[in-house]
Write a protein that binds this ligand. Structure first.
Ligand code: ROI
Length: 156
């Protein structure tokens, strides 16, 4: 799961979302990455983002899990239909689901941005340094193509 926020105290938004993920039914939060700060991809006219990745074990199907994620986004003040690639209080992206490859209107797996976004690859590497993506590419190799990301101190 990819988490991102750049509005209304993003660090707190990400921490709150991680707590919400822990409460999902038939789901267990296995690993969470450090938090990272990065410049926005897309419109530069918005605050920096905080990103993280969490790995879940779940009995929920991908589409049921997606519905739960959208409820959490909405509960944390996400306003939909606003500018594409604009600022948001919380973005929860399903990045991978086992080795599943899906091309549905509502859900594409792996997440199409996965291969080209440092703010996904670095925290994903934290969670699973040996991970091989469904297309055979190693996360550790892909991330070498990107500059390092700034880790955020999460001390209270
Ligand atoms: N940019 C960064 N750095 N992090 C994000 O999570 C993020 N999410 C988005 C867009 C607007 C594409 N840019 C982002 O949805």
């Amino acid at each position: 799961m990819g988490l991102g926020s750049n509005l209304d105290n993003p660090i707190e938004q990400i921490k709150k979302a991680l707590q919400a993920l822990k409460l999902l039914p038939n789901t267990h939060l296995k690993t969470q990455s450090a938090l990272y700060r990065s410049k926005p991809l897309g419109s530069q006219n918005q605050p920096d983002y905080i990103n993280a990745v969490a790995m879940l074990a779940t009995k929920l199907s991908p589409l049921v899990l997606l519905e739960h994620l959208q409820v959490i986004e909405n509960e944390q003040g996400r306003v939909r239909g606003a500018e594409r690639w604009g600022p948001r209080t919380l973005d929860l992206d399903m990045l991978l689901y086992d080795n599943l490859q899906l091309q549905q209107t509502r859900l594409i797996l792996p997440h199409p941005g996965l291969y080209e976004r440092a703010f996904v690859l670095y925290p994903l590497y934290d969670c699973s340094p040996d991970l091989i993506l469904p297309n055979g590419q190693a996360v550790s190799v892909l991330m070498r193509g990107f500059d390092g990301l700034e880790k955020v101190s999460t001390e209270p």
